[in-house]
Design a protein around this ligand. Structure first.
Ligand code: SF4
Length: 704
């Protein structure tokens, strides 16, 4: 039985070794640290503004500055920008961002250190048409692309210029869409079409990216790309590489004829497109980028926020630096025992099949557990724990109105509160459940909607259990050891997966493998085995604890740790415990944000807003804030806010409504991919967007 792989190890942290690509003064991939980059948002024709913004980015830690070059004029002006930067003492390499215009790419490749081409639109004007391609007409198209692409390769070779082949989910060519659809495989193939040409020309200074706004698609596409590009056996010399290779030994190399052997995989540039701003943008970026970094993928990252680019840098650094520390952590806790399940596919989303217990698991959305066990509001006079007040529930989505004697339950109201040994002595909202330490629960007079939490095998020796719902906390040792016999847990049990491992996502994923493919003792003695089987259908809530982190690190780390599991369909609930990091309100919104970003539970409006660049035709940050203030209560509606008509419509991908700049002060509105109104004055465009949402039945009035 072979298991498709996409990284060195699913169990211990190991960065995938890629070949080094030189970009001016820096190397990307190989033994280099994960490089941080970003993109300017100024008009490329405004040399001074672009230089000054680049300097702010560089001073914040940006190691590669990308600048848009939509036409020959901008490409030419890169020379002035580069000169001015060098004059001011900055040697940071520059990357020209190219869409549609090979001429601009060819000029830019003579000036700057790197060019980025989008294989979805290089020499290809997208018609948004579904064309039926025969093999012959498809090959003719490829030949046309090849002819148009060859001069750029030649110039890059002559000038030592690197290239990123940067696929975007939202701007795949009509050719790819017609053959592979709007899929991760289509994204991979889109890059491979260009990569094959580069390799045939013996040009290898290439970085690859597979960006999408949908984090499931983005993660799957990168994994699939690595799986397709496993290095050739002849070139491998490490044990890790050989392991990856054995898996692919009977498959044809996807690069096909002319593929060069032994070059290793190209460096990966990671990014989530149109992630948005603020908390949402950070959580979404961490879910996508962090999930891949956890598995050792990624040589350079760009976090795309609808904010000034210098604010992207600390976020990217916080994400990347966690892994330089991870690499150094040694010792027993770090190693996760290997166990692979053939019911796990890293290339498609499929939720783990569970039997529902109360409102957890089965087809229920993942539940959110708020942790009030650390809360110290008002000590109980009898010293039997602290009392939680109605006011404390405000932070987790429940607002009590005294005059109306009524709870207002928001879309981000948690489903359970873990009280530990604390108490609540008021009537809780009807949708809420309470979890107590089992000893405390046992002494409760009123056990309505209150449930006990047991630690491991303590469950079996309990004097009393709930007839409805019991929570049992397990770690990896308990789960795979003999003390906890899953088959003896009854149908009221929900497991809580806990870990203190530095590489905790891998350990918790490994715990899910244990449930997917239960092992006999005999098979346990083998290092890596794969079993078929039904698996245990017991629901699982994933729990992680954080302490003494800044609020931003708390959000990025938790989004990474939980994101990777929810993107793979694991987890029937989320439980975040924290001490000294942030407020209960931020913990709650982070939990819901992670579920939204992984598309497993939608609790708010989704904004797919581009980070803006030199093409942007209006103030994106201000407009996004304006649209958000009017529509943030439209749960589940996806609104694309894009700076330009050239890339905007394609890149807003699966948005329900689109607000796209089409000229100075002019906006075009979209319903899905259809243009609904063109050239609306910006002053009235937000009102028109609201009207459009109303006409299409997606508007709801804000509750008072
Ligand atoms: S969609 Fe936004 S970021 Fe992309 S090219 Fe247009 S303005 Fe620039």
């Amino acid at each position: 039985m072979t298991v498709v792989k996409y990284c060195n190890s699913l169990f211990s942290y190991s960065r995938l070794k890629t070949r080094e690509v030189k970009v001016g003064s820096i190397g990307i991939g190989g033994g280099n640290p994960i490089r941080i980059q970003s993109m300017t948002t100024t008009d490329t024709m405004d040399t001074i503004k672009t230089v000054e913004q680049s300097i702010r980015m560089i001073d914040a830690g940006c190691e590669l500055v990308r600048i848009t070059a939509p036409s020959m004029n901008e490409a030419k002006n890169l020379e002035n920008i580069k000169k001015e930067l060098r004059k001011r003492g900055y040697t940071t390499p520059i990357c020209a961002d190219i869409h549609f215009t090979p001429n601009a790419a060819e000029l830019a490749a003579r000036i700057v250190e790197k060019v980025r081409v989008n294989p979805g639109n290089y020499a290809d004007r997208k018609k948004f048409e579904h064309i039926e391609y025969t093999d012959k007409s498809y090959d003719e198209e490829l030949e046309r692309i090849r002819e148009r692409f060859l001069p750029l390769i030649k110039i890059c070779k002559e000038n030592g210029t690197a290239m990123r082949i940067g696929t975007n989910h939202g701007s795949l060519s009509d050719r790819i869409l017609s053959r592979y659809g709007d899929t991760p495989l289509g994204m991979v193939e889109s890059a491979l079409e260009f990569l094959r040409i580069c390799e045939e020309e013996k040009y290898f200074e290439i970085v690859l990216s597979m960006k999408a706004s949908n984090t499931q698609v983005m993660v799957q596409a990168y994994r699939l790309l690595v799986n397709k590009l496993c290095p050739n056996p002849e070139g491998s010399n490490t044990e890790e590489e050989k392991n990856v290779l054995t898996i692919r030994e009977n498959q044809q190399h996807p690069l096909g004829r002319g593929a060069s052997v032994g070059l290793g995989i190209y460096p990966l540039h990671l990014g989530v497109t149109e992630a948005g701003d603020g908390e949402d943008g950070r959580i979404k970026s961490a879910v996508g980028i962090g999930t891949l970094l956890e598995d050792g993928l990624g040589d350079t990252i760009r976090v795309s926020l609808t904010e000034d680019p210098e604010f992207e840098i600390p976020v990217a650094k916080n994400l990347a630096e966690r892994y330089s520390a991870r690499q150094k952590v040694e010792g027993k806790r770090q190693k996760v025992e290997e166990r692979i399940s053939n019911q796990y596919s890293p290339f498609e989303y499929s939720r783990r099949n569970t039997n529902p217990v109360s409102n957890i698991g089965g087809s229920n959305v993942p539940r959110v557990v708020a942790d009030f066990s650390n809360l110290t509001p008002s000590p109980s006079p009898k010293g039997e724990g602290n009392k939680v007040t109605a006011a404390n529930l405000f932070a987790v989505g429940y607002n009590y109105s005294v005059p109306l004697d009524k709870w207002n339950i928001t879309d981000q109201a948690c489903d359970y509160i873990f009280l530990g040994d604390n108490e609540i002595n008021f009537e809780i909202p009807g949708t809420l459940g309470l979890i107590y330490n089992s000893g405390k629960w046992l002494g409760l007079k009123n056990k309505t909607r209150s449930y006990p939490l047991f630690y491991g095998s303590e469950y079996f020796s309990a004097k009393e259990r709930s007839r409805e719902l019991n929570f049992v906390v397990v770690d990896v040792a308990l789960l795979s050891g003999s003390e906890l016999q899953i088959k003896n847990l009854d149908k009221t049990v929900v497991l809580i997966f806990e870990t203190t491992n530095e590489h905790g996502m891998a350990e918790q994923r490994r715990m899910f493998f244990e449930l997917l493919s239960p092992l006999s003792n005999e098979l346990r003695s083998q290092p890596t085995v794969v079993l078929k089987g039904e698996g245990w259908k017991i629901p699982v809530i994933i729990k992680r604890s954080y302490q003494d982190l800044s609020e931003e690190k708390f959000q990025l780390y938790s989004s990474t740790d939980f994101g990777g599991l929810f993107l793979d369909g694991f987890g029937d609930g989320i439980w975040i415990n924290q001490k000294n990091c942030t407020s209960p309100q931020i913990v709650n919104s982070t939990g819901f944000g992670i579920l939204q970003a992984t598309r497993t539970r939608i609790s708010k409006t989704e904004y797919i807003s581009c980070p803006s660049c030199g093409r942007t035709l209006f103030d994106l940050q201000e407009t996004t804030a304006k649209i958000r203030s009017r529509t943030s209560h439209l749960k589940g509606v996806k609104i694309g806010i894009m700076g330009c008509i050239v890339n905007g419509p394609g890149e807003m991908a699966d948005a329900d409504y689109g607000y796209v700049g089409t000229g100075i002060g002019k906006i075009t509105l979209y319903k899905g991919k259809e243009v609904v109104k063109k050239g609306i004055p910006a002053a009235t465009a937000v009102d028109e967007l609201i009207e459009l949402i109303k006409i299409n039945g997606d508007w709801v009035e804000l509750a008072n």
